[in-house]
Design a protein around this ligand. Structure first.
Ligand SMILES: Cc1ncc(COP(=O)(O)O)c(C=O)c1O
Length: 338
């Protein structure tokens, strides 16, 4: 049975290229491809856009005129949602968690926060302590903001953290339809960063639908691999409950999620990390970001170097974007590279 996608709007360049990393491929004796999903757009760049196409599709069907989402102050997802809302002609509110130690509200915004400012988002900021006191959850803040917006006559549509809900999983499920053909339908191993789990879940469901023998590998950039294993399993189960009639077949299998690359925490990069990203940029002409793709790439390299025989000849690294956050690391880069 053919997979039947839900309604979606057009926000992304869906046909992003695969690029071979020649040097690394020779070194590892495999073909290491980078799936350039950082090229899904510029304002609307990265993996989030694929999820947003489906989420905005549902929002439009429901008559929404306002998107409401959440994340850290440098969230790529929040920034992409801001520009998606503007593309749709809608307003946008972001519930944002400040970093531990607080945000200097007097300092000029940088990175994604600057882009949010340019997009004219309404921001509700909460401290790291308040977020912790609410069980590390944005839910109560999103519901309060939604009810305030309704009182003001708006029709908000809530997008959960990272767009990682069952509908958001369609983003990478649909993207996987395009990938096997680019690799002559040979099985492959695809690596991605895991931040809220929707990208991994979508890829996993996409393998089941379009390339059975292929496998997904994730590197968590926050929390632990065990935490994501259980969250992603739940997400896939919810997805299957909701969409089982739409042609997706999924047999649960062990998930490959690798711990050990979070470093000092989510959104924190060491000077050594930054030097590694700079050296990679100088060797390949490709820029990774310090929060997601950089850590995921290091995690992938470790796996390929320590147990090469466990992987197919074709390796795909999902470059899921995030480079705008680089500018929030300007001072640390300056120090690390001088
Ligand atoms: C650039 C980038 N890559 C990867 C991820 C991880 O994707 P997911 O949240 O679907 O796990 C995110 C967001 O969390 C991201 O912004």
């Amino acid at each position: 049975m053919a997979v039947e996608f839900p309604e979606r709007v057009s926000l992304a360049n869906r046909e992003t290229p695969l690029q071979l990393l020649d040097g690394l491929s020779k070194q590892l004796g495999k073909r290491v491809h980078v799936w350039r999903d950082d090229m899904t757009g510029w304002e609307l760049s990265g993996n989030k856009v694929r999820k947003l196409e489906f989420l905005c599709g549902e929002a439009a069907t429901q008559g929404a005129d306002h998107l409401l989402t959440c994340g850290a102050v440098q969230s790529n997802h929040a920034r992409a949602t801001a520009f998606a809302a503007r593309r749709m002609g809608w307003d946008v509110t972001l519930v944002m968690r400040e970093p531990p130690g607080g945000l200097d509200h007097g300092a000029p915004a940088s990175g994604n926060l600057l882009l949010d400012t340019i997009a004219g988002t309404h921001n509700v900021t909460i401290s790291a302590e308040t977020y912790q006191a609410h069980g590390h959850s944005f839910d109560s803040f999103l519901h309060k903001a939604s009810s305030d917006l309704r009182d003001q006559g708006a029709s908000p549509y809530i997008i959960p953290l990272g767009g990682s809900c069952p509908l958001g999983c369609w983003g990478y499920l649909a993207a996987m339809e395009l990938l096997p053909g680019k690799l002559n339908n040979a099985p492959f191993d695809v690596f991605c960063a895991v931040g809220s789990g929707g990208t991994f879940a979508g890829l996993e469901l996409g393998c089941a639908s379009f390339s059975h023998a292929s496998r997904v590998h994730g590197v968590n950039v926050s929390d632990t691999a065990d935490y994501f294993d259980s969250e992603i399993r739940k997400l896939i189960a919810e997805f299957m409950d909701m969409y089982a009639t739409q042609g997706v077949e999924y047999e649960p299998r062990p998930l490959n999620i690798y711990d050990g690359f979070v470093g000092d925490g989510y959104g924190i990069a060491s000077d050594d990390d930054l030097r590694f990203y700079a050296s990679l940029a100088r060797k390949t002409g490709m820029l990774l970001d310090p929060v997601y793709t950089g850590k995921a790439f290091r995690g992938m390299l470790h796996q390929l170097q320590t147990r090469p025989d466990d992987f197919y000849d074709d390796i795909v690294f999902l470059h899921s974007g995030g480079q705008h956050a680089t500018f929030a690391f300007a001072e640390q880069y300056h120090r690390a590279l001088s």
